[in-house]
Ligand binder design. Sequence first.
Ligand code: Z5A
Length: 213
Amino acid sequence: MTTLQTKSRFITLEGGEGAGKSTVITALRDALETAGENVVCTREPGGTPLAEEIRSLLLDPQHEAAAPHTELLLMFAARAQHVRQTILPALERGAWVISDRFTDSSYAYQGGGRGLDAALIAELERQVVGIVPAMTLLLDIDVHEGRVRTNTRDLWPDRIEREQEDFFARARGVFLLRAQAEPDRFRVIDAARPREQVAADAVAHLLALRASR
Ligand code: Z5A
């Protein structure tokens, strides 16, 4: 795979910690199912048994700290499996696929957060992933505000969650730059508002995309 192909029924959710992606995914699934569609909800890193094992390696704070390139390549190893094993087969069956995070997270966290070269990430995206979602919902929230939401939940933060706020601020900056650069694909949603409003905006974007087909 060398050129990127946009997949019309493939939707991704991106955003910082505590942005509320899980809540929104449930609302998106319900909206599509009500409209009679088949839906597969999945997540990254993960989404297949092997990719979930890679997720454990990546996020378990018991392991030694991964070098930035190790982290990047494990993210893409998991994604390579996820695309071939879960996403493409579901799309080929005619289902919609909604993924909690995808390649934009690698640009944000490994590129922005860890400082790795975006050209390397782009090359991995072309060679290893090959597909781009038709729509990416970026749930944007102030880093501190998002972390306050998860701090009350996470007794044992994972390895990435243990990073400092400036790491997440750099990641947020990359998400917003990518959204600015690709306005046709991204919809930026203010995730600081109540759950119902955030979910309603996300559903409206999805149904508008579906109606435009
Ligand atoms: N990562 C990476 O570095 N590179 C990559 O390529 C990929 C991922 C694919 C995945 O861990 C980590 O991997 C992630 C990026 C990195 N690390 N970080 N940060 P994860 O899946 O466990 O982490 P997450 O995606 O950030 O999950 P999260 O923190 O759970 O975020 P969320 O799913 O958006 O949040 P939520 O569970 O829906 O809500 C969080 C809490 O806020 C919860 O208690 C809710 O009840 C509450 N909430 C949600 N919405 C609201 C509103 N609107 N108001 C008030 N409270 C709310």
